[in-house]
Design a protein around this ligand. Structure first.
Ligand code: C2E
Ligand code: CA
Ligand code: CA
Length: 658
């Protein structure tokens, strides 16, 4: 599947931040969990160990009370107190009888049990189980559970919920009443378990290491995200910046323009797309150098930039062309603005006259394909040609049709040549003296399978623009050489047949040799082939033209100057160019009021040509009067509808069998 421009831009921009952001979050999450679990487990392990010690100590103390009874209270007290080493490590010991009445305490401290606690406490009958009271900040929290883990978790929770470092250096003290059965009694021991920072050293180190690791990852990810964002920013800049002007480029114009046109649908603003081009930019570069040319483009860009408002866009398109999307209210207001813009641009280089071509497309509501609209503006400019320099050329549908036609012609032409869709028509040239056939002109016709008969004015100008005329003229010349060769073989008397040689050929220095080669393939005498050149070929490479004509004449071809008098004729060309035939343009015979003057000029041109030893052919002759006039003026040949229109070769052969 073909990739669109948008796809390519997307591909260039394709750098997503979200995988990095998600990666960062996941890593943060995973590491935090791992760290919390590791630190938590190691801290819990420490607390568990301390609690297990307390539990063992409590059981040991409870063992002392196995034989305790009311009567021997003092003795027991003595006995208990004698185990100072054990008691030293606890805060208080309280003994309850089977009914859970306090019967002995080391310092008159009994846990104050409310009813609910008592109930729970009474359920503790299994010797394996331990009922525990946690005393923290004078609050007693009762908990009963099977295992030490839960116990430790609870204790742990309380330590961290309200702890302060006390004078012993412990940051928290867990006070636990641990209950142990001793025969029919229950011995409660108030354990004071201090928690020191040193105890948690390993957990702390582990915490710090994990923290460092997390910080490294976070920093690494943050750096990569920041560099990615700045990379994306740079890519965007590269994609949308014009290297020549440093401003917005064409992609940016299309993007911003499309946005503006979409918005205009709601706002009701009217827009016009402009193609503004400095004419003869290449000549400027040839005179002043390419770098000066580029400087000029940059200055023009800056000048234009100052002319557009925030609700408009402009950008450099290519070479010396700029695209603008201007807001307007009335056509007259738009034209005033364009004039002002042109003046601003002209003032960029004082002292040097610059010419601009302007094509305008007035955007219709709902249209937002900026590229297409700009193309229309460009076509308008192109169609207006160079003569309309400075004028504003508006796009119209006909222009588009013409462009579409050009494209179709270009698509079809190669195939048409191969398929022999181009056919040779011949128009006779009749001699004025005997009114017999004195020559003919080969004129091309295109018989297109879909379009039918296409006259040359619909495709020749296109071929002249795209260079295909070179192939077509060669084809016509070869066809004529073939026709003449055929007639020669048939024993017919040959008359010269002229073929048109477009000015585009006069760029090749070996043109004469090239023509000879084509004709010689059919072994046709050169004097039955005439080559019609237009005077305009003079404006190209004069040296090549003069050389070629000289060589062709030397080789025996007849050379004629076509359309003499049309366009910008210069008698000078007659002076320099030695040719055999002068074809007087049909325009001299057109138009009523110019007739007299035209005919006078024709008579003088004929006189002149005769003096220069040239044959005269008058073209486009339609009336008897014209024929009579030309006969009277000693014109040699007449070509025109008066005698015949161009016709297929077979018809010509039949009609003019000589
Ligand atoms: P052109 O070379 O000046 O050819 C003469 C044109 O005048 C022909 O038009 C012809 O049909 C037309 N014509 C002849 N007599 C009369 C007349 O009495 N009244 C009017 N109104 N027109 C007359 P066509 O065949 O349409 O060709 C137009 C132009 O196309 C030619 O002008 C020539 O410039 C170009 N062309 C035709 N075939 C070729 C070709 O094979 N190669 C090149 N390079 N150009 C060609
Ligand atoms: Ca001609
Ligand atoms: Ca002509």
């Amino acid at each position: 599947m073909r990739k669109t421009k948008e796809d390519r831009i997307k591909k260039l921009k394709k750098k997503h931040i979200w995988p990095s952001v998600v990666g960062l979050i996941v890593i943060l999450f995973v590491f935090t969990i791992i760290m919390a679990v590791a630190v938590g487990m190691s801290a819990m392990d420490i607390v568990n160990k301390k609690l297990a010690d307390s539990s063992r100590r409590s059981e040991k103390i409870a063992g002392l009370f196995v034989d305790y009874n009311q009567e021997s209270a003092d003795e027991i007290t003595q006995m208990v107190l004698s185990h100072v080493d054990v008691l030293d490590e606890v805060e208080a010991v309280a003994v309850y009888d089977a009914e859970r009445k306090p019967i002995w305490s080391s310092n008159d401290k009994y846990p104050a049990l409310d009813d609910s606690i008592q109930m729970e406490f009474l359920t503790v009958t299994d010797a394996e189980r331990v009922g525990v009271l946690i005393e923290q900040d004078d609050e007693q929290i009762f908990t009963v559970d099977d295992g030490m883990i839960v116990l430790a978790e609870d204790a742990f929770k309380h330590i961290f919920s309200s702890s302060t470092i006390n004078e012993t250096g412990a940051f928290a003290n867990i006070k636990l009443w641990i209950v142990t059965d001793a025969d029919d009694k229950e011995v409660m021991v108030l354990n004071n378990i201090p928690m020191y920072f040193q105890d948690f050293m390993m957990a702390g180190v582990c915490l710090i290491l994990c923290g460092i690791l997390i910080a490294i990852f976070v920093i690494y990810y943050l750096i990569s995200i920041i560099s990615m964002v700045s990379g994306m920013h740079k890519t965007n800049k590269v994609i949308y910046t014009d290297v020549m002007t440093g401003g917005d480029n064409w992609l940016s114009f299309i993007k911003k323009g499309t946005g503006l046109l979409k918005k205009s649908k709601r706002s009701g603003r009217k827009y016009a797309v402009l193609h503004l081009e400095m004419l003869k930019y290449r000549s400027f570069c040839t005179c002043f150098g390419v770098s000066k040319g580029e400087e000029l483009i940059e200055s023009l860009y800056r000048a234009l930039k100052g002319e557009v408002t925030h609700s408009e866009v402009m950008a450099h398109q290519e070479n010396a062309a700029f695209g603008l999307l201007l807001e307007y209210t009335e056509n007259s207001q738009l034209e005033e603005r364009i004039e002002k813009i042109q003046n601003t641009m002209s003032s960029v280089l004082p002292g040097i006259k610059m010419y601009f071509g302007v094509g305008v497309y007035l955007v219709q509501p709902g249209e937002n394909d900026v590229e297409q609209l700009y193309n229309n503006a460009m076509i308008a400019c192109e169609m207006s040609g160079e003569e309309t320099e400075g004028k504003i050329a508006y796009f119209d549908v006909e222009m588009n049709n013409q462009k579409l036609w050009e494209r179709k012609v270009e698509d079809d032409m190669e195939r048409a040549l191969i398929n022999r869709e181009f056919q040779v028509y011949l128009q006779p040239k009749i001699s004025t003296k005997e009114e017999v056939l004195g020559g003919a002109e080969a004129l091309v016709r295109w018989i297109n399978p879909t379009e039918g008969f296409i006259p040359p004015n619909r495709f020749i100008p296109i071929f002249e623009k795209n260079g295909f005329i070179l192939k077509l003229d060669d084809y016509m010349l070869e066809e004529i050489a073939k026709v003449q060769a055929g007639w020669l073989a048939e024993g017919r008397t040959l008359v010269p047949i002229s073929v048109n040689v477009s000015r585009a050929h006069f760029t090749r220095e070996d043109l004469a040799e090239h023509i000879c080669a084509i004709v010689d393939k059919y072994q046709v005498p050169h004097d039955v082939i005439e080559l019609e050149l237009t005077e305009s070929a003079f404006f190209d490479d004069k040296k090549v033209l003069l050389n070629t004509v000289q060589k062709l004449r030397k080789a025996g071809f007849q050379v004629s100057m076509d359309d003499f008098g049309a366009g910008y004729s210069s008698l000078n060309s007659l002076k320099e160019l030695k040719i055999d035939v002068l074809k007087i343009d049909a325009d001299f015979f057109r138009g009523a009021e110019a007739e007299e003057r035209g005919l006078f000029i024709v008579s003088k041109v004929i006189e002149l040509a005769k003096k220069l030893n040239m044959k005269i052919v008058a073209e486009g002759i339609e009336s008897k009067e014209q024929v009579e006039f030309l006969t009277g003026q000693d014109c040699d040949l007449i070509q025109g509808y008066f005698y015949a229109k161009p016709m297929p070769v077979a018809e010509f052969a039949q009609k003019y069998s000589v």
